[in-house]
Design a protein around this ligand. Structure first.
Ligand SMILES: [Zn+2]
Length: 474
């Protein structure tokens, strides 16, 4: 029998506000444990929380970017559970009245387009971080109270590839909206997966399990593939899938039972009495709407219409916020968009992929790449030489001008010098000269190649062509 998987995702994203959601503590990552804390985020008795206004603004921005309806009235609730990562023994979250409702994102997976519906987006505080050691557990409350966005989808996802594409799209939108740095390695984006299987053609959902805190796109995909197969095995063995939270063990590539699944009533949600409801006016929402950063779809259109890029280049560039930002930064120092797109997408990305690193880790700045392109434009470097210079820039982080100067590289545009080399090439290849003059145009290419070889690629190909043609006509 064939089984279909049904997936809903919950994505937690840390917002990039400077201070925490209910106090003035810094949200900076990587500080000494328990240094970004105060009585409020440590849950001391008698303190009063104040909602960070930027959190609301960022949530509205994210909601608008994901086609949600923004609630004019929402409120914060206490989600009660006892665990040492929460000093208050409750997490302040949103229960029945979240700040964003509905919404959707369009994705592409396996060359097909899908629309994934969202249920809601709400705001909440992050918990502290536990580290388990041999004789106990250590807790760091620096992360406690960092603002989170929780994005919840409908059970619309049907494959690991779709989940992967959706997660990538969410990350990209959040980056474009400017509300999170989405640094995976710092845990700024985490995925919870609700997964069930059902026989193909069956309407009713199967029993689902939940896998929490998957911290990379690769892990998300692997966990889904494993859990899908596991549930099918359970069903085919005549047993029942148990509703529970399972943990995905990255090193072993398997999931195991963590705890039986809590239901909402287990958390005894109730309205947070220390915080006022969030009431948003039409003006407030309109104001954010009219100041939204450019999102991928608009950007793609602008690249095609205003910058005359191909549909393909525009799509690849805008599919990554980092890539389109890099490209646009190059254009601040260099004015030929098509050439810039080509160098970023082909030459630079080839080096990035070869080095197996991310774009934001490279040593070549947009300004430095623009510097290289300007040397080509000024006729000081041939395209071929520039590729070599870019490789050197990529491995050393030095700028094009310095490398060109040091290596004594320069394109030979000096006509007198070129004529001398060309005369030599012509006298050494009488057969090709005769071929060309006898009507074999192909021989010209061979002669150009010989000149380029003599000059080690430093001749200006345009000048070489002109001089050669002139001489061959004689
Ligand atoms: Zn604090």
């Amino acid at each position: 029998m064939n089984y279909e998987m049904v997936i809903g995702l919950e994505i937690h994203c840390e917002l990039s506000t400077k201070s925490k959601i209910f106090c003035g503590c810094s949200t900076q990552f990587g500080n000494e444990p328990n240094t970004n804390v105060c009585p409020v985020c440590l849950g001391m008795p008698g303190v009063l929380s104040v909602l960070n206004e930027t959190v609301v603004e960022y949530a509205v921005k994210a909601g608008l970017a994901m086609n949600c309806e923004i609630a004019r009235f929402s409120k914060m609730d206490r989600k009660n559970y006892f665990y040492p990562d929460l000093p208050k023994a409750y997490q302040v979250s949103q229960f029945d009245l979240p700040i964003c409702l509905g919404g959707y994102l369009d994705i592409e997976a396996d060359d097909e387009a899908y629309r994934i519906a969202l249920t809601r987006i709400h705001i909440e505080e992050d918990a502290g971080k536990l580290t388990h050691v041999a004789d106990g557990s250590l807790v760091d409350y620096n992360r406690g109270g960092v603002p989170l966005l929780e994005i919840v989808t409908e059970p619309d996802i049907r494959s690991a590839a779709q989940a992967f594409a959706f997660a990538k799209t969410v990350r990209n939108i959040l980056l474009y909206a400017g509300v999170s740095d989405c640094k995976m390695q710092e845990g700024s984006l985490r995925f919870d997966v609700n997964l069930s299987v059902r026989p193909e053609g069956q309407e009713a959902f199967g029993t689902r399990t939940e896998m929490k805190n998957l911290s990379s796109f690769r892990v998300l995909q692997k966990a889904i593939e494993y859990e899908y197969k596991r549930q099918i095995k359970v069903i085919e063995a005549g047993e029942k899938v148990v509703q529970e939270t399972r943990r995905f063990d990255e090193s072993k590539g398997i999931t195991y039972t963590l705890r039986s699944k809590e239901n909402a009533h287990d958390y005894r949600y109730f309205p947070e009495p220390d915080l006022l409801p969030i009431v948003l006016s039409e003006d407030y929402i309109q104001n954010i709407k009219s100041n939204m950063p450019e999102l991928p779809e608009e950007k793609r259109k602008r690249y095609i219409e205003k910058l005359a890029l191909s549909e393909y280049d525009a799509r690849v560039l805008t599919a990554s916020c980092e890539l389109s930002t890099f490209f646009e930064d190059v254009l601040k120092y260099y004015d030929e968009a098509k050439t810039a797109a080509n160098w970023v997408l082909v030459e630079l990305m080839a080096l990035v992929n070869q080095a197996e690193i991310e774009l934001d880790e490279i040593k070549v700045t947009p300004e430095a790449l623009a510097g290289l392109l300007n040397l080509i434009k000024a006729g000081q470097l041939s395209g071929k030489m520039a590729k070599g210079v870019l490789e050197e820039m990529f491995s050393t982080g030095r700028d094009a001008q310095t490398i060109v100067k040091e290596k004594g590289l320069s394109q030979i545009s000096d006509t007198a010098e070129l004529e001398k080399i060309i005369d030599e090439v012509l006298s050494n290849n009488p057969a090709s000269v005769a071929d060309y003059q006898g009507g074999k145009d192909k021989a010209l290419g061979f002669l150009v190649g010989q000149v380029m070889r003599q000059t080690k690629g430093a001749a200006n190909p345009k000048s070489v062509n002109e001089i050669l043609l002139h001489k061959l006509k004689k």
